[in-house]
Design a protein. Structure first.
Lengths: 140, 411
């Protein structure tokens, strides 16, 4: 699936929620399903700066596609990462670099995009894209 | 006595002074429990700000024209209000600053020329980490050593350790009056008294105490006392440094610029007298005037009545919180103000804060810029609810119900 198609699926799923409670409950549940990062990658090198909760992300390249794994000590943050990983994992670096992230606004999580927001959604997206840029350079 | 005081506060009338308390957040009436970060502003102070910019905005101390004189008079009158509030001996012992951090840096910088290698500075383990850095920098500049007064599990300073750390080499003791992270009221009378026995100066950070307590700097015999206006219903970007005149004369100027000079030639500059020596450049004129208005506002309500109401809120909220399973309160000193820091089980404070925000409730989450305290308890942070005199028991009830809901969602 393309990044855009996955984003549209997520927008459809979120459109079924009637209020913030259902939306957040869904994210909390998503957080519980997050593909956990291997413990050995939960190091300072893998921490994303700018988050109030701790977020670790690891990436590896397989068949020209990037796989992300991550973890956080806060469950809502894990839910947000789970969504990002669903969108960006198993995609080629170029697609990740070019992807826009308007869908976050459309699923009612715009408040998390503010640079002052302590969960650092902005920092997370930036980090995923940085991995993509690094791998793209390798591929070139 | 307690009952009488309680009746003195007409909370519903007071709440009408604060326009922001009428707003909604995420569709719910705002419940503002982040007062330890900044307090809200009453209409009386907002009016003073609007009046300044509408009617007499001008640069001060220099102009001969009417506006400049009016602005100068209002600014200096506010200084007198602040002086009287803290019971300083004279208005020139009150230095306007941009806030507590600026005030602390001013003193730390001034001590650069007074300390030598081997001297010691004592600070408490309960400090805001922005308060630790200026002393580390001072130690780097002078070769002095920084020593820390430890705390116990209740979040109280261990005074026997303080006694043991004090010696002839101690030149300065720095402690907050009230801890921002835990709400502990520190025994500053004792600390000042003991520090003076070895001729050490004492600087007290009053950022968290000023909304709750009216300190008398003369009876405390404190050498320096600092606070920010925005914690006591005033605007951000303005605060004060109280210093005993003798100490302020000893410290060199902090910044060079206009206002702080008496005479300038290319060969030599003579500095202005107190307080202008420390007030280089055009100050936050409106902020200073509004600071004075905030002090008036708080005094009109009365600090005894404020303390009585806030203590009641603290007891009520503490009791309600203790009914919640797995909830742990950090900072359980008998002497504390209306600040409650807590966690529920292993739930991350950030998660609870996020859900509370969706329900219109503003609390603080995180390490509250007091990382050493969080490390002491081995936690990533806490949820902190802090109350002012305009908060109510009904708000606490709503907060408790919302918290229970958040815990249910997150478990």
């Amino acid at each position: 699936m393309t990044i855009e198609a996955i984003q549209n699926d997520i927008i459809d799923e979120f459109s079924m929620f009637e209020d913030w409670e259902e939306r957040y409950q869904y994210m909390i549940d998503l957080g519980k399903t997050l593909p956990l990062i291997d413990e050995k990658y939960k190091t300072e090198d893998h921490i994303i700066k700018g988050c109030q909760s701790k977020v670790w992300v690891h990436a590896n390249l397989e068949d020209d596609k990037i796989n992300f794994t991550a973890d956080s000590d806060a469950i809502i943050t894990k839910g947000i990462i789970a969504i990002l990983i669903r969108v960006f994992s198993n995609q080629n670096p170029k697609a990740i670099i070019d992807a826009n992230t308007d869908f976050i606004d459309k699923i009612g999580l715009k408040e998390h995009l503010s640079p002052t927001r302590a969960n650092g959604l902005v920092s997370m997206i930036k980090q995923l894209k940085l991995y993509a840029i690094a791998y793209q350079t390798q591929l070139n | 006595m307690y009952m009488e005081l309680k009746q003195m506060l007409d909370i519903q009338k007071i709440r009408k002074d604060f326009p922001i308390l009428n707003r909604k957040v995420n569709g719910k009436p705002l419940i503002y429990f982040d007062n330890a970060a900044t307090s809200q502003t009453p209409q009386q102070v907002i009016d003073v700000i609007v009046d300044y910019y509408s009617n007499y905005n001008a640069n001060i101390h220099r102009g001969v024209h009417a506006l400049s004189q009016e602005a100068t008079d209002a600014y200096e009158l506010a200084r007198v209000k602040i002086q009287k509030h803290f019971n300083a001996k004279s208005p020139h012992e009150i230095i306007y600053t941009s806030g507590t951090t600026h005030s602390i840096n001013l003193v730390a910088n001034g001590f650069s020329s007074l300390l030598t290698k081997g001297d010691e500075i004592l600070i408490s383990a309960l400090e805001h980490h922005s308060n630790i850095v200026p002393w580390q920098m001072l130690c780097e500049r002078t070769g002095a050593t920084l020593k820390v007064i430890p705390m116990n599990q209740n979040g109280e300073l261990v005074l026997s350790e303080f006694d043991a750390l004090l010696n002839d080499k101690t030149k300065l003791v720095f402690v907050n009056h009230i801890s921002n992270a835990l709400g502990t009221i520190n025994p500053i009378e004792y600390i000042i008294n003991e520090a003076h026995k070895v001729d050490a100066a004492v600087l007290v950070d009053g950022a968290q105490s000023c909304p709750h307590i009216k300190p008398d700097v003369q009876s405390l015999d404190v050498d320096f006392y600092v606070c920010s206006a925005h914690k006591i219903c005033g605007p951000t970007g303005v605060g004060m440094l109280y210093g005993k005149e003798a100490w302020l004369n000893k410290l060199p100027p902090y910044q060079g610029g206009g206002e702080m000079i008496a005479e300038v030639t290319f060969e030599k500059t003579t500095y202005a007298d107190l307080p202008h020596k420390f007030e280089a450049g055009t100050p936050n004129i409106c902020g200073g005037i509004a600071f004075g208005a905030a002090v008036d506002y708080m005094n009109a309500i009365g600090f005894e009545a404020i303390a009585a109401h806030e203590n009641e809120l603290l007891d009520y909220a503490t009791h309600q919180l203790q009914q919640i399973e797995r909830l742990k309160i950090y900072g359980t000193s008998k002497e504390k103000t209306s600040v409650i820091s807590f966690n529920v089980g292993a739930i991350h404070p950030y998660d609870i804060g996020t859900i509370l925000d969706k329900m219109g409730i503003a609390v603080r989450t995180g390490h509250h810029c007091a990382q050493p305290i969080m490390d002491f308890y081995n936690i990533p942070g806490t949820i902190r609810a802090s109350f002012m005199f305009y908060n109510t028991k009904e708000e606490i009830d709503t907060f408790i119900a919302a918290l229970k809901k958040a815990v249910l969602m997150l478990s």
